[in-house]
Design a protein around this ligand. Structure first.
Ligand code: ADP
Length: 192
């Protein structure tokens, strides 16, 4: 099994690239943001707790997210060749927990971190456009968007060094057309 992480700030295009990658490489897309939004839609207790935080642009607690991931990687269809984690890990605690979880399945851990690099000003523009199309509450106010970008820099960016030190980090220019980015990611995957 392959375990890819699609990495980058909010609005970097992780979801878009994930949907192309799952088709090409028979992967399962595990988006913690999407899974949390499903919990909210179902009105579960986890959803209720998550909604409060998400709407303010804050992270959901590591233990909630880790339960979701554990459940995803332990129950899967045998036809898939791996996973692509989108929006996870977002903290060092989550990255360390993922490494521990993967030890149950392989010795090599995360196969590769595919990191979409995009400037903050481009991100804000993209999220504002997405707000018009998808109507996500956390995309609707500039204050929440700015909070998410700040949280990204403070808590998620340290993962770059974490994965560089482990030789798993691959950078991809994220402000190119979708198909060019996709081809660049495919070249990285095929060179592994
Ligand atoms: P984006 O990448 O555009 O921020 P996501 O759909 O990945 O959108 O995430 C939406 C929100 O869900 C995040 O702002 C955060 O509140 C919550 N969330 C998603 N994944 C995690 C995670 N791994 N840890 C904590 N909170 C998360």
């Amino acid at each position: 099994m392959k375990y890819f992480i699609i990495f980058g700030p909010p609005g970097a295009g992780k979801g878009t690239q994930s949907s192309l990658l799952i088709e090409r490489y028979s992967l399962r897309h595990v988006s913690t943001g999407q899974l949390l939004r499903e919990e909210i839609a179902k009105g579960t207790e986890v959803g209720r707790v998550a909604k409060e935080l998400i709407d303010q642009g804050k992270f959901v607690d590591d233990n909630i997210v880790l339960d979701i991931i554990d459940n995803q990687i332990c129950n899967y269809d045998s036809s898939i060749k791996g996973f692509i984690f989108d929006g996870f890990p977002r903290t060092i605690t989550q990255a360390e927990a993922l490494d521990k979880m993967l030890l149950k399945f392989n010795k090599t851990g995360v196969t590769a971190v595919l990191s979409l690099e995009v400037d903050d000003n481009v991100i804000v523009e993209r999220i504002r456009k997405r707000a018009e199309i998808e109507g996500r509450k956390d995309d609707s106010s500039i204050e929440t968007i700015v909070n998410r970008i700040k949280t990204y820099h403070a808590k998620t960016e340290p993962l770059i060094s974490y994965y560089k030190e482990r030789g798993r980090y691959h950078r991809i220019q994220g402000d190119l057309p979708v198909d060019e980015i996709f081809n660049n990611i495919c070249s990285i995957i095929e060179s592994l």
